[in-house]
Design a protein around this ligand. Structure first.
Ligand code: ADP
Ligand code: MG
Length: 227
């Protein structure tokens, strides 16, 4: 586990690549998407065919922390030809928007189906240490700041309170024909994230955004870790 951090620090990075962040999350039993980093178009096609379509392609670069801002995320790629086109396109986009970007590789991952978007994150309080944050994705966090916080470690009761105290809680129960979100899975994610934060003081900031939650289960489709 500490090896993931050592590699990043050794390469002079102050953040983990998405595949590293997800590997770390996976060690704590968090439900991340299947993922593989490749360095050649043929390998991207082979991995995509192994996962099954549709797939998502993303940039892996030490100079790119926010991947979609750099044109570095393509979703819903449906066939081998799309993978080849997407591979070229992402590199072209990133080179145009971040001219000094070194391209470490291209990340191929399974495309998660649509679900209720939630976010779990963490920042460090200078006095009290790591916090854990929960909210619904999109405008709920970005515009309305409708989030709940605790210091870690949290108990299961803390996790339940965090979920229930956001103003948009009702959305998790299913509204306007949307199915309810699996709250048991959300609690499980909060507890496991708390455990990871306690055991990994290297994590300065964590942002699992978005997590797609289904009637049963969830998929973490993006994970960012700042060291
Ligand atoms: P960024 O670094 O810009 O935050 P993300 O990895 O979050 O990049 O990708 C941008 C958006 O693409 C996500 O918010 C999500 O809507 C969509 N997305 C990314 N990965 C997947 C995936 N595996 N399955 C489904 N949607 C995805
Ligand atoms: Mg994201």
């Amino acid at each position: 586990m500490s090896k993931i951090f050592e590699t990043a620090v050794g390469e002079g990075r102050d953040f983990l690549f998405e595949d590293e962040a997800k590997a770390l999350c996976g060690l704590y039993g968090l439900p991340v998407t299947r993922i593989e980093v490749v360095e050649a178009e043929d390998d991207a096609v082979r991995v995509a065919e192994g996962f099954g379509f549709p797939v998502v392609l993303k940039i892996v670069s030490p100079q790119v922390l926010h991947k979609s801002d750099a044109g570095g995320v393509l979703i819903n790629i449906r066939d081998a030809e799309g993978v080849r086109e997407g591979y070229e396109k992402i590199i072209e986009n990133v080179k145009a928007r971040v001219p000094d970007a070194e391209i470490t590789g291209i990340l191929v991952q399974e495309m998660a189906p649509d679900g209720t978007q939630v976010i779990v994150g963490s920042t460090k309080d200078p006095t009290f240490g790591p916090t854990i944050m929960f909210g619904l994705g999109g405008i709920f966090v970005e515009v309305l700041k409708d989030v709940s916080f605790r210091l870690v470690p949290i108990t299961r009761v803390d996790a339940e309170e965090m979920v229930r105290e956001i103003k948009a809680y009702k959305i998790l129960e299913g509204v306007r024909g949307m199915p309810p979100a699996d709250q048991e899975t959300i609690l499980d994610i909060l507890m496991k994230t708390s455990e990871m934060l306690v055991e990994c003081p290297e994590i300065k900031e964590l942002d699992m955004n978005p997590i797609l939650v289904y009637e049963k289960g969830a998929k973490i489709v993006d994970a960012r870790v700042i060291l």
